[in-house]
Design a protein around this ligand. Structure first.
Ligand code: ADP
Length: 668
């Protein structure tokens, strides 16, 4: 008896999540159908890929579970068109699925990512279509051509033919699970084709599609055909079966013989991506190690790029035999976006993950894979800068991790980094930056913060821009660590626009004693006294041209942006950064005024209060919180009242809550 099951992501609570899941299923199915209706034929590729993965799993498990395959050692895919029944069956002798697995794998969308997927749906068809690639929802493509799909599966190791299960759905938000029989281990995916898609029962069509999409699958793909002879009572149906893929591993073929289309199809097969790859590299390494690699860069970041146990994209083969999915040991972490295969001639066939982690050969393979990937990125950056920019926007943040982690390749990785800058639209590299540096510019300048528009207006870079010196915008949180990993590039230091004393020769100078400054010394001392412990010092600067003041960190201190980032991660930590220095723009008329008022004792209180206002202003313009916004607003109102009263020619009225200058407070 067929058992109706609600489609929910966990097995335990049948009722609770069904509504949720139907919304996701509906969204996903209409997405698949709407965005792929012009490419219906890809359903075959997806189902063959799933079959091939199931065969891989059976083969790998049989290495340790010696009885798993029993007598039936044949690993194959069979395609069975049936014109009378209008069905197309894709059968495999792979691992199969238990009842629970059928429910879990086919009952939830792309399983691990289903919630994430639903969250990211935007309703914009073009954007949502690219999600399909990130989540790999291959099985559902069956509904591009079928009105109903039955999946009958018997898990490997199950001995009774009756212990199979049938999953069946018409894509209407429900599926049914029922006991079934299957003579062998494996899975039959039976598509009940819609009338308008019966062409997929034609043998010539199936041959063409397998050739186009799945030729390199490493297991035989057989096409079963029926020939009817005779008539009436003499009618006989003869079945024949013919292998229709070449099955040669694509990476073993000479590069010159493989077309771009074949590479792209192979990529889609291994990555479960729907989009073309952005770039590829295909190489054979000889010497101490013999191995072949075929690696690809995807166009889009997968949803789990930053998940601790996100998927990794390298499949390991040993002498053309599949050994391991998601082989993390072959790739450094910071290249985890690479997809493809490595085929080693030296590793043992029964190699385990544990062994791989400590194997010397594997370490060498990893080094080579990293180098080859960087070669590929360099070539992409040089030959197709626009595509490289696409890569950078998707994966740059991850690649930058390598600056800290990969000592050997650090210099090459630094050259691959890109940022936006004050100098030009679009992304720039350090090399281009240096090439544009005008005579006399001593260093490479950067400013870090969350967003480019905000940084572009920062007081800290006024002086640099006025000199025609370009400033890089470090807008990723990881950029804060870039400058420590790459302290200089082509002999030029990387200098933060918000740290250290600004000097036109790039050299840091110690703070002079205010007393030694006959012109500004008095004001500097007064302001330092007003601000007390909140600042390390108050000094004059050439950093500013338009703004009156700004705050800067010590050359080796954290800086406001990093402090903000760290606070987000550990909000309860006490003040992390060192004290900062308030810098004054001596050319600003406001400060000129303050300097002139400073000797006048009757103005002391005013000067102290205005110092508070200027200090809060400096915090606001760099995007930092101020300690007491209400007090700041009161002070501003009081000042505006004075100015407006003066404009009316009236004596300044008493402000309602005229505070005495506040006692110094620490920032929150
Ligand atoms: P993906 O293949 O990207 O994981 P699918 O929706 O195509 O997503 O498949 C979901 C899961 O269902 C697979 O990961 C696999 O575990 C299981 N599955 C699909 N087809 C088969 C098959 N022919 N044999 C065994 N398991 C399968």
């Amino acid at each position: 008896m067929a058992e109706a099951a609600t489609m929910e992501p966990t097995v335990e609570s049948a009722e609770s999540e069904s509504h949720d899941f139907q919304a996701e299923t509906q969204a996903l199915l209409s997405l698949v159908i709407n965005s792929l209706y012009t490419h219906r034929e890809v359903f075959l590729r997806e189902l063959i890929s799933n079959a091939s993965d199931a065969l891989d799993k059976a083969r790998v498990r049989s290495l340790t579970e010696h009885d798993l395959l029993g007598e039936d050692k044949k690993l194959e895919v069979v395609i069975r068109p049936d014109k009378a029944a209008k069905t197309l069956t894709i059968a495999d002798s792979g691992v199969g699925m238990t009842r629970e697995e059928l429910q879990r794998f086919l009952g939830t969308i792309a399983f691990s990512g289903s919630k994430e997927f639903a969250k990211r749906l935007s309703g914009d068809a073009a954007k949502d279509a690219s999600l399909i690639g990130q989540f790999g929802v291959g099985f559902y493509s069956a509904f591009l051509v079928a009105e109903r799909v039955d999946v009958t599966s018997r898990a490997a190791g199950v001995t009774e033919a009756e212990q199979a299960w049938r999953w069946s759905s018409a894509a209407d938000g429900k599926f049914a699970l029922a006991p079934a029989t299957r003579a062998r281990r494996g899975t039959d995916v039976v598509l009940h084709l819609r009338d308008e898609h019966l062409e997929f029962l034609e043998t010539w069509k199936l041959r063409e599609l397998v050739r186009k999409y799945s030729d390199f699958v490493g297991y035989p793909i057989s096409l079963e055909t029926e020939e009817t002879e005779g008539e009436g009572a003499d009618e006989k149906t003869a079945r024949s079966c013919e292998v229709i893929n070449r099955g040669t591993a694509l990476w073993t073929r000479p590069k010159a013989e493989v077309t771009d289309e074949q590479y792209a199809e192979f990529y889609k097969h291994v990555s479960h991506d729907w989009d073309e790859p952005l770039a590829r590299t295909h190489f054979t390494v000889e010497g101490q190690q013999l191995f072949t690699g075929l690696l690809f860069l995807p166009k889009h970041a997968p949803f789990d790029l930053f998940h601790r146990d996100g998927r990794s994209g390298i499949k390991l083969y040993v002498k053309r035999v599949f050994v391991m999915e998601e082989c993390k040991a072959l790739l450094p972490e910071y290249l985890r976006f690479v997809r493809g295969v490595i085929d080693s001639d030296d590793l043992p066939l029964n190699v385990s993950r544990e062994v791989l982690q400590h194997d010397r050969h594997v370490e060498q393979i990893q080094r080579t894979v990293a180098r080859k990937t960087v070669d590929m990125l360099e070539e992409l950056a040089k030959e197709r800068p626009d595509d490289y920019a696409t890569f950078w926007r998707e994966f740059g943040v991850v690649l930058k991790e390598g600056l800290h982690l990969d000592h050997d390749l650090k210099d090459r990785l630094a050259k691959l980094c890109r940022w936006e800058s004050s100098g030009r639209e679009g992304l720039t590299s350090l090399a281009d930056y240096v090439a544009r540096m005008p005579e006399g510019q001593p260093a490479i300048y950067y400013i870090s913060g969350q967003d480019k528009a905000f940084l572009a207006k920062s007081p800290h870079i006024e002086g640099l821009k006025a000199k025609g010196w370009e400033v890089l915008y470090f807008t990723d949180a990881v950029d804060e660590w870039v400058a420590t990993a790459v302290p200089e590039f082509e002999g030029k230091k990387l200098v933060s626009a918000t740290k250290g004393a600004f000097s036109a020769d790039g050299e840091q100078k110690a703070d002079a004693d205010p007393k030694a400054d006959p012109e500004w010394g008095g004001l500097l001392e007064l302001m330092k006294n007003a601000l007390g412990d909140r600042v390390k010092a108050v000094r004059m600067t050439d950093r500013l041209t338009e703004s009156p003041v700004c705050l800067v960190a010590g050359e080796h201190d954290l800086g406001a942006n990093l402090e903000r980032i760290l606070k987000q991660h550990a909000p309860n930590q006490a003040m992390l950064g060192g004290k900062r220095t308030l810098e004054l723009n001596g050319k600003h008329p406001l400060l000129q005024n303050l300097k002139r008022l400073q000797p006048d004792l009757s103005q002391r209180e005013h000067l102290r209060e205005w110092t508070e206002v200027l200090y809060d202003q400096a915090l606001l313009t760099e995007g930092s919180p101020i300690a007491d916004p209400v007090l700041f607003a009161e002070r501003m109102s009081k000042l505006l009242l004075e100015v407006s009263s003066r404009a009316l020619g009236a004596p300044a009225a008493e402000a309602p809550a005229a505070d005495a200058p506040a006692a110094p407070k620490l920032e929150a």
